[in-house]
Write a new protein. Structure first.
Ligand SMILES: Cc1cc2nc3c(=O)[nH]c(=O)nc-3n(C[C@H](O)[C@H](O)[C@H](O)COP(=O)(O)OP(=O)(O)OC[C@H]3O[C@@H](n4cnc5c(N)ncnc54)[C@H](O)[C@@H]3O)c2cc1C
Length: 530
């Protein structure tokens, strides 16, 4: 296949993507006590540890008759897991013993169905693989009670399948990556309006399977608000719904499939509401005295239906760090010095000239009234220019012995302060002198999501346990404070132990019963979600 391929140990295509600016070394030294020098590099493909494939000849032949089948080391290692910090630690160390026995890539929804039936009959575990960007262990090669495991690569289910201009509804193959979807839609004058930070690699089907939220979710909605219909191949047959704008025909089966993370079946096509390409985009910054003042202003906007399409409010630490690491020179760092101790809110509006001008004017007036200090377009443009840089820089940070990982949650406005301080305390207590950054984004009338990034000097002896302890403490704190275990990263294997605390036992049983009906052999993505 001639598809773009991500490096197996990090983010991006080989040699591509932004790097840490030179002055970052000084910052890492003073803030985290690490030297800033490269202390480790990922192993080469030849050094990766990989067990021989357990796929027998008969099964190999059967699956190869249904779909493209690859079992070379590069394919197996590249589909071994996702892109969390823990995933990258293991991939960088070449720890791929458990890699899928083969990568199977069907070319149609019917071929997906046939592969699932064959795997159910043979008792082969199946991990659906979209863009491979899961950060919650959603792609962990867990075999459950099965000896053989395949990665079901959905990359060949790509492109626009049909387009209804009048309804602004596009059917896309489940394996279509977001940039490719936007490229194809752009030629017709439309866009997805879905830009998670993992945009470069994530797929339409993967986003629906994890109920993802893009950076402009405040304006364009989360993925589940824009999925009008979908097709999902399960071992027991196809689940599908009508592409109608609304229905009262019982509980929304489409919503049961969204967020099902491959444990029921494979989303082969997604019917999405799409948005006209915006004639105007405007991003700008506002400074606030502190985080609380900023989110009170955002709350006002959300409740008065004036929230911008993109709203991202950084706390004091994140504001300081983003200016300190800004790659665009002395000017940004000078602004950072002026704004030390303050919080920056980035707002973005996208749409027609009139709509952007009008909505921006109303929101800017309200923000000024709430104590916001307008910073002009520079901070907004800087955010837009670097909106996908973070995961590239993470590779550089891992080379330099820095532990860096993120986690996210959401709660009501009334509970936001308690949740923020509980999670911050948990991370600070479980990591050595960390930097804990937080931003509020994805705002709703009733509340907002909080997104934390933790940096610390990596424990060179056992970096995985170091982060596991911190994650455990932070998730316990989230649950104890009434936040959701995940606002958009999904559950996977990593959050599964806490799902019952959120859904209750009966909720878990309902999900298990649904899985049992769609996947009686228990082959679909074992060990995830429930
Ligand atoms: C750097 C970084 C930034 C991120 N930023 C965001 C963000 O801003 N917002 C956000 O919501 N998430 C974000 N994520 C998380 C991740 O990108 C999302 O969960 C995304 O939706 C996953 O899409 P994917 O195609 O990569 O799916 P994958 O990672 O391939 O799969 C995710 C899960 O869904 C299952 N799956 C995949 N495709 C299908 C399918 N077609 N049918 C059924 N099951 C399927 C997989 O088995 C797996 O359990 C980020 C991740 C990274 C690494």
């Amino acid at each position: 296949m001639s598809r773009r391929e991500c490096v197996f140990w990090g983010w991006g295509e080989p040699g591509a993507g932004p790097s840490l600016p030179d002055h970052a070394a000084g910052f890492l030294r003073s803030e985290l006590g690490v030297s800033g020098a490269v202390v480790s590099t990922p192993v080469s493909l030849e050094e990766v540890r990989l067990r021989p494939s357990a796929l027998g000849d008969a099964l190999r032949e059967r699956l190869a008759g249904l779909a493209e089948l690859r079992d070379d080391p590069a394919s197996r290692v590249g589909r071994c897991r996702g892109k969390s910090y823990l995933d990258l630690l293991r991939q960088r160390a070449g720890d791929c013993e458990d890699a899928p026995d083969a990568v199977v890539a069907p070319a149609s929804a019917e071929a997906v169905q046939a592969v699932l039936v064959a795997c159910a009959e043979a008792g082969v575990a199946v991990v659906p693989f979209g863009g491979g960007t899961s950060v919650v262990g959603g792609l962990e090669p867990l075999r459950g009670r099965h000896d053989v495991l395949i990665s079901l690569d959905l990359g060949r289910l790509e492109g626009i399948e049909s387009f209804d201009d009048r309804a602004q509804l596009a059917w896309l193959g489940g394996g279509t990556r977001l940039p490719e979807a936007d490229h194809a839609l752009g030629q017709r004058g439309y866009m997805l309006g879905h830009t998670p930070q993992s945009y470069e690699w994530a797929t339409v089907g993967g986003c629906a399977a994890t109920r993802s939220a893009g950076q402009s979710s405040t304006g364009h909605g989360r993925i589940e608000e824009n999925v009008v219909a979908l097709r999902c191949a399960t071992p027991a047959g196809e689940l599908a719904n009508l592409p109608v704008p609304a229905t009262a025909a019982g509980p929304a089966l489409k919503q049961l499939v969204m967020g099902s993370e491959g444990i029921l079946g494979v989303i082969t096509s997604v019917g999405l509401r799409v948005f006209p390409l915006p004639a105007a985009r405007r991003y700008e910054g506002f400074a606030f005295r502190d985080f609380e003042a900023g989110w009170d202003a955002l709350r006002g906007l959300a409740q008065d239906e004036m929230a911008p399409d993109i709203a991202r409010l950084s706390d004091e630490v994140e504001t300081r760090m983003s200016f300190a690491l800004a790659g665009n020179g002395a000017k940004a760092r000078a602004m950072g010095a002026v704004l030390r101790g303050r919080c920056v809110l980035v707002c973005g509006w996208e749409g027609s000239e009139v709509s952007v001008a009008l909505r921006r004017k109303l929101a800017a007036k309200a923000l000024r009234g709430a104590g916001g200090w307008p910073l002009g377009q520079a901070p907004g443009e800087a955010w837009a220019a670097t909106r996908y840089a973070g995961p590239h820089l993470r590779d550089d940070l891992l080379d330099r012995g820095v532990m860096v990982e993120t986690l996210e949650t959401a709660t009501t406005w009334s509970n936001l302060a308690a949740l923020r301080s509980a999670v911050t305390r948990a991370l600070e207590a479980s990591l050595p002198a960390p930097l804990v950054l937080c931003h509020a984004s994805h705002v709703y009338p009733t509340g907002a999501s909080l997104y934390f990034t933790a940096f610390a000097a990596q424990d060179p002896d056992d970096p995985a346990s170091q982060w596991r302890r911190a994650k455990l403490a932070a998730t316990d704190a989230i649950v104890a404070t009434g936040g959701t275990i995940t606002h958009h990263h999904a559950v996977g294997a990593d959050h599964a132990p806490w799902l019952g605390a959120e859904t209750g036992e009966l909720g878990l049983d309902v999900l298990r019963a649904l899985k049992e009906r769609c996947d009686p052999a228990g082959i679909m993505n074992p060990g995830k979600l429930v």
